[in-house]
Design a protein around this ligand. Structure first.
Ligand SMILES: Cc1cc2nc3c(=O)[nH]c(=O)nc-3n(C[C@H](O)[C@H](O)[C@H](O)COP(=O)(O)OP(=O)(O)OC[C@H]3O[C@@H](n4cnc5c(N)ncnc54)[C@H](O)[C@@H]3O)c2cc1C
Length: 420
């Protein structure tokens, strides 16, 4: 029996009053459904299509890769999904090296300096999702429904309805939108969006380089935008090549040879020549922030609530922190006998996460502003900033603790793993 057939699907979801309906089973929605199910909530998870959970060691490297922080590692471990990741493919990185095209300033962060085994892990997104879905298939409290078309929401005080095409209305105490950047849940709930178009794209994919990556993530700030190599297994690196939006089609249409040459130049040949390239993809970059994360009977998590410039690899890490915080809030509410869809309950989640996410978004904007152009004032600042950050231990430690996601008010699931 394949895992595909082992998903716990449901025939008549309209016959049950669900505690939580989660719309979207990407990395964030799947983690939320699993975490809530493990806490004993009755959960219905809606996803457009069944994810691919089967994997073979010779499976080609996927285009989408995430750098996971320590907090995300803890969340995935505590959900029981980490083993599914390590059984497939993942790579710990032990250092980050950041340098600047204009000033030649550079910063080096290492796990050793932090007395940590590593600074994080690079994992293909499909593997993270597969490991979560594998656990979902064993969780009796979570049922899944694939391919249902969402038509409307009816948000009442303390109870919510979700209208599905050909099925009818499903009742829940809480509906959660985990349906990504273009969230239909957010739109149906009439929650506004603050957006900023970076007019940039990220070209991603995996490549093999002539020189070893030394388990290091390399990031070069260029006038056009950053270029990064994220260390993966077998001397493969995942690239993130940021370009002005108008160059997106050009980058996708290059021959493999020309593409490899461009990557070599963009990285200043730091890892020598690019000797193999895999499939590539490109994404326009837009910062989005939902004006509210909650309404009566409704919450947003992950990209449905916020998208961020990926240069510091924080998007899914922030989404997983949303998940862990929301679970804490709902478990507390249940213990206190409060309805989990009550606005005052959900506002605690919003207060916890919205400010934090905004700070990280704005920091990325600051970096983007600082490194994008070669204006003289910025250059003066850049000349000072990178070498300074390398010399001044406190600044550097702060930057490193961000990479490890060492924030003060971490939710329970994000704290040290129960396996430790
Ligand atoms: C180039 C790039 C590099 C990145 N690198 C990193 C990184 O290194 N580290 C990091 O932390 N983040 C990174 N990110 C961000 C990260 O990829 C996203 O934050 C993350 O994928 C968001 O996950 P999600 O589950 O919230 O949304 P999604 O991955 O978009 O998942 C949404 C899910 O909802 C489903 N869905 C949508 N609509 C419906 C519906 N109506 N009904 C049912 N299901 C629905 C979809 O099928 C999908 O499965 C990067 C992003 C980009 C663009």
């Amino acid at each position: 029996m394949t895992l595909q057939t082992a998903f716990r699907t449901v025939q008549n979801p309209q016959d049950t009053l669900w505690d939580v309906v989660v719309v979207g089973g990407g990395m964030v929605g799947a983690a939320l459904a699993l975490g809530l199910g493990k806490q004993g909530f009755e959960v219905l998870l809606l996803e457009q299509q069944a994810p691919q959970v089967e994997w073979r060691p010779d499976s080609p490297y996927q285009t989408r890769v995430s750098a996971l922080t320590r907090a995300s590692e803890n969340i995935l471990r505590n959900l029981g999904a980490w083993q599914g990741i390590t059984a497939r493919r993942y790579h710990p990185f032990v250092a980050m090296h950041v340098w600047d095209e204009v000033t030649a300033g550079e910063v080096h962060f290492s796990a050793q300096e932090m007395d940590e085994p590593n600074l994080g892990y690079t994992v293909e997104n499909e593997i993270i999702q597969a490991a979560l879905w594998e656990q979902l298939a064993t969780c009796s409290k979570v049922r899944v429904l694939f391919g249902a078309k969402l038509k409307n929401l009816a948000l009442e005080t303390e109870q919510a309805g979700l209208v599905l095409e050909d099925i009818g209305t499903i009742q829940a105490r809480l509906i959660v939108g985990a349906d990504g950047a273009h969230s239909q849940v957010r739109q149906l709930a009439s929650i506004g969006l603050d957006t900023h178009d970076y007019e940039q794209c990220a070209v991603v994919g995996c490549v093999k380089t002539e020189l070893p990556h030394q388990d290091t993530c390399w990031q070069r700030y260029r006038k056009e935008g950053p270029f990064a190599y994220l260390a993966m297994n077998d001397n493969i690196s995942s690239i993130a090549w940021y370009l002005p939006l108008e160059k997106m089609q050009w980058a996708l249409s290059l021959s493999d040879e020309a593409f490899a040459r461009e990557l070599g130049e963009a990285s200043d040949w730091k890892l020598g020549r690019v000797i193999e390239v895999a499939e590539r993809a490109a994404f326009p970059l837009v910062r989005r922030h939902a004006e509210h994360y909650v309404k009566s009977g409704l919450a947003l998590v992950g990209d449905a609530a916020h998208t961020i410039h990926p240069q510091a690899g924080q998007g899914v890490n922030l989404g997983l922190l949303d998940v862990a915080a929301l679970i804490d809030v709902l478990v507390d509410a249940r213990q206190q006998g409060k309805p989990i869809g009550r606005l005052s309950v959900l506002r605690r989640y919003e207060r916890w996460r919205r400010g934090d996410n905004a700070v990280v978004q704005r920091s990325m904007e600051g970096f983007d502003w600082l490194f994008k152009q070669d204006a003289s004032l910025k250059t003066v600042f850049r000349r000072g900033f990178l070498p300074l950050a390398n010399r001044l231990a406190p600044i550097k430690n702060w930057l490193m603790s961000q990479a490890l996601n060492g924030r003060d008010a971490l939710p329970l699931l994000a704290k040290r793993s129960v396996e430790d």
